[in-house]
Design a protein around this ligand. Structure first.
Ligand code: ATP
Ligand code: MG
Length: 553
């Protein structure tokens, strides 16, 4: 039975607009600035923008907000496109704010001709000072009284490259006494002699965000322009420009940004981590970037599910990263194939087993009826996990100990008969006997044991490197922690196991597959893997799912 989900506030607005006939179709946009890789916060915005449009039969444009030539790069453009598609969304059109530079310039001229914009020669300090404070009105300087003809000429000269950076700006004339500081004659164009990743050296004047963003929305006839809450005070300027220019009446709506525990989510900070080599690139599996999460093995569907579960709020909040991990685990439990890998081996010799090899069969995924089985070689010498054996166990220890029995997953029950040590007293081997009638699936032994261990056949095991990740930061709310955020980096966020012992199926498994290493967590092959060396990333730990799993043997 499907549950009726209540509408979020954006959906309510859209339904009302469709019902009233204000709009007959919905067009949203996702407007990244190509100055970094996308992170989980962007994923929320993508899921919302593409999600609502799709729900109401509409479309979504991808628009690169590339009005700041200094920080932008085509590497970022390519990564952004890849990430959106990987998340499962397809844009209707790929646009660039820089495609509109001519139109935007014309619109600025229109505002000049209407007496609504003027060229100001003041320095940025003077402009800031004349603006006043939230409690004190600003003052207009003498440049505000320039005539439209004069302003037009100066603005064209700005474009022609006659002045150096910062010599002049274009401002719109709104209200120097407005309680909203953003309306105190905001700047809409500045001079910047810089190379742009698309327009090259064609321009030396660039529009400011507020002007470019709203007017780009109108040019594309975006119906609902969804952005995060920090843009609430910008909305009157957004509306003012549209009204004065008579452009398409796009409307801006604001939702809460996603903040998540134990991570940072600002491109500026992520870039610092990359540049200062505190992580291994934008796609380091510890990063909150979409490329990092992909490399770590988070399925795209889990990220969509997470975005769906957190919903669309109107107030900022801090979401527990545990919820994202929960969504990842839920999905992987259904899809990941089970394999066995021993991280820290202890050799077990089964003294009553002959020298042959037996091919056992083990189910790939007990949660998936179609999951099938795989072959698992069993032989006289196997590895188990060193910490699955104790010479002097406490009570209720259900793993291997002298005289005690355990089941080897998908294989036999064994009993520990003898512990072999070297001269220093270190345990080197454990000798066991097996119960031939206890084979999994055909067990007639009548023996019940409480513990089941993962293992690999020593002769068949393949070496693998395993990378275990922990949270990148030691504090929950990194964004609000005092001082330099980098001082909160968790020094133990990466543990590398150089030589683990993996069951042989992993050598030939498809590189894209997700695995559950029994009792160890979910894993994927890392891109650093080669035919000589397998490298696995732990996507997420198991929590306590193991206990249930093992009872079924
Ligand atoms: P950052 O602060 O990480 O650099 P940004 O807002 O500058 O992010 P943009 O490329 O301008 O990054 O963002 C594109 C879109 O993604 C914007 O509409 C923005 O509101 C949205 N967005 C960015 N971060 C988040 C977040 N944490 N939660 C929700 N939406 C976000
Ligand atoms: Mg931005």
């Amino acid at each position: 039975m499907s549950e009726e989900k209540s509408l979020n506030f954006i959906e309510e607005i859209i339904e009302a607009d469709l019902a009233s006939g204000k709009h007959t179709s919905i067009l949203t946009r996702f407007p990244p600035e190509p100055n970094g890789y996308l992170h989980i916060g962007h994923a929320k915005s993508i899921c919302l923008n593409f999600g609502v449009a799709k729900k109401y039969g509409g479309q979504t444009n991808l628009r690169f907000d590339d009005t700041n030539p200094v920080t932008e790069d085509t590497e970022y453009v390519d990564s952004i496109k890849k990430d959106i598609q990987w998340l499962g969304f397809q844009w209707a059109n790929e646009f660039y704010a820089s495609d509109y530079f001519d139109q935007l310039f014309e619109m600025a001229l229109q505002l000049i001709d209407k007496g609504l914009a003027y060229v100001d020669d003041s320095s940025s300090e003077e402009i800031a000072e004349q603006k006043g404070t939230p409690t004190q009105p600003g003052v207009r300087n003498q440049f505000a009284s320039r005539t439209p003809a004069e302003n037009r000429e100066l603005f064209l000269n700005m474009k022609a490259g006659k002045y150096p950076d910062g010599a002049k700006v274009l401002r719109v004339k709104i209200d120097m006494a407005s309680p909203n500081m953003l309306l105190r004659d905001p700047i809409i164009y500045r001079i910047k002699h810089a190379h742009h990743h698309r327009t090259g050296n064609q321009w030396c004047v660039y529009p400011m965000y507020d002007f470019a963003h709203g007017q780009s929305d109108s040019i594309e006839k975006i119906t609902h322009s969804l952005c995060s809450l920090e843009f609430v005070p910008h909305r009157p300027l957004y509306d003012w420009c549209i009204e004065q220019l008579g452009s398409f009446p796009s409307k801006q709506y604001e939702f809460a940004r996603l903040n998540m525990t134990y991570t940072v989510m600002s491109k500026r900070k992520l870039l610092q981590l990359v540049n200062e080599k505190l992580v291994n690139g934008w796609d380091d599996p510890r990063m909150s970037t979409i490329s990092g999460m992909r490399r770590r093995g988070y399925p795209a569907s889990s990220i969509r599910e997470f975005c769906d579960r957190i919903g669309v709020a109107k107030r900022d909040n801090l979401i527990d990263v545990g919820l994202l991990e929960f969504c990842v685990r839920e999905e992987l439990n259904k899809t990941a194939q089970r394999r066995m890998v021993v991280f820290d081996p202890l050799k077990v010799i089964i003294t009553n087993y002959d020298n042959g090899v037996e091919m056992l069969s083990s189910e790939n995924n007990p949660e998936d009826e179609q999951g099938g089985t795989r072959e698992l070689p069993f032989s006289r010498e196997i590895y188990i996990e060193r910490d699955d054996f104790m010479e002097q166990p406490p009570k209720k220890y259900f793993r291997l100990a002298p005289g005690q029995m355990v089941r080897l997953k998908s294989a036999y029950i064994i009993r520990c008969e003898e512990v072999i040590k070297d001269a220093s007293g270190q345990i080197t081997e454990v000798h066991c006997t097996y119960i031939p009638e206890s084979k999994s699936g055909a067990d007639t032994s009548g023996i019940h044991v409480k513990g089941t261990l993962h293992w690999v056949s020593a002769r068949h095991a393949i070496g693998a490197e395993v990378r275990l990740y922990d949270r990148l930061f030691k504090v929950e709310d990194v964004g609000n922690a005092e001082g330099d955020f980098k001082s909160y980096i968790n020094p133990d966020s990466l543990t590398v196991i150089q030589q683990a012992y993996a069951e042989p199926a992993l050598a030939t498994d498809n590189r894209e597959m997700a695995f559950q290493f029994l009792r160890k967590g979910y894993f994927v092959l890392d891109q650093d893997s080669s035919s000589e060396k397998l490298v696995f990333n732990r996507t997420v730990t198991l929590k306590d799912a193991w206990a249930k799993e093992m009872q079924k043997n």
